[in-house]
Design a protein around this ligand. Structure first.
Ligand SMILES: Nc1ncnc2c1ncn2[C@@H]1O[C@H](COP(=O)(O)OP(=O)(O)O)[C@@H](O)[C@H]1O
Ligand SMILES: [Mg+2]
Length: 319
């Protein structure tokens, strides 16, 4: 039977009670369960890690996923990854074709470097048909800084000749006020919205602000990193389970011990570096010109490109 017809309770050992506990942490279907860790499942469902592991294996089995996978089938899965255009050929090229599904793309840079604007452009572009560089799907926008703007989205949509009302309707905005609220939205509510609204892009603008504001002291750094790490893992799981793109923005902070050279570093440090698949730094240049560089990515050459922020949205500078 097709995988959509299986439910959590089709797994031996998962009764109504366990299924409910899993749903409480955002595991609504076998796809998400198959991408979860035994520790997480054990904790949520109050079962042993051994049992949790068996449940996850069974989910994989029902979905036709196996623990051992040959490199060719991994290639097949990677081939299912899709791209959303940024509306800049330069930026698309830097990213290997656009912003990818099954991955987390992070931008970091100073105020006004273009992090949010790029998010707006993607929220519009994800809705365009595939032949125009979109996914024909919708956007979930998690706003932590109160900088989401329907007006700006309208401008960008109008420039592309799209139905503005429809574009706005298809962007679901969650305003979050704390790190715990942000985590709750991703864990508990996002999976449902993804399914109901056919979400192809999740934006978290910004991923770090709440964590930075709430875990201040040196003593809290480890806890902050651990929470951020888990938050990013949940986002990555959604990206994999639903073949969607995740775009997150990050502020920079001054590095106190650097005297020469670039003294700014992205917030969040190691967890983001390890989990984000594409990390782009953005820099202001003259006027509306911006510079983007690939910080690191395992399969792309690093380099810098230029792009513009115009009234119409993200564009390329004229040749
Ligand atoms: N309607 C617009 N027309 C042209 N440029 C705009 C418009 N709105 C914003 N911008 C540009 O975008 C910049 C802000 O970029 P933004 O993505 O919000 O920065 P951040 O990196 O802080 O998120 C502004 O300084 C301006 O140059
Ligand atoms: Mg911003």
């Amino acid at each position: 039977m097709p995988m959509e017809e299986y439910s959590l309770e089709d797994i031996p050992g998962v009764g109504e009670k366990t299924a409910k506990k899993l749903m409480d942490i955002g595991i609504l279907d076998l796809q998400t369960l198959a991408h979860s860790s035994p520790v997480e499942i054990a904790r949520a469902a109050d079962i042993s890690e051994d049992v949790a592991e068996k449940i996850i294996s069974k989910a994989k089995e029902l979905l036709g996923l196996t623990v051992f996978e040959d490199a060719l089938s991994i290639l097949d899965r990677e081939k299912n990854a899709l791209r959303i255009t940024t509306s800049s050929k330069n930026l698309d090229k830097l990213l290997g074709g656009g912003v990818w599904t099954q991955a987390i793309t992070e931008t970091w840079g100073h105020f006004a470097s273009g992090k949010t604007q790029l998010g707006f452009q993607l929220a519009v572009n994800v809705q365009r048909p595939m032949e125009e560089g979109g996914l024909g799907r919708n956007c979930l926008w998690i706003d932590t800084e109160g900088t989401f703007s329907s007006l700006r989205i309208s401008q960008m949509a109008e420039a592309l000749g799209m139905d503005i009302q429809k574009v706005l309707k298809n962007i679901i905005v969650a305003k979050v006020t704390s790190a715990s609220h942000q985590m709750e939205v991703v864990e508990k509510y996002a999976p449902k919205i993804i399914k109901e609204k056919d979400i192809g892009l999740i934006v978290v603008d910004s991923i770090t602000a709440n964590f930075r504001a709430e875990y201040i002291g040196r003593g809290e750094l480890a806890e902050r990193q651990q929470k951020l790490n888990s938050h990013l893992h949940k986002l990555k799981r959604l990206a994999d389970a639903y073949n969607l793109a995740v775009y997150v923005t990050n502020q920079v902070m001054m590095k106190p011990d650097v005297i020469f050279g670039d003294a700014t570093v992205p917030i969040g440090g190691t967890p983001i570096a390890h989990i984000s698949n594409y990390r782009i730094y953005l820099k202001k240049s003259k006027g509306n010109l911006r510079i983007a560089g690939l910080a690191d990515a395992s399969n792309l050459e690093t380099g810098e490109v230029q792009f513009l922020i115009t009234k119409e949205g993200i564009r390329d500078p004229e040749e």
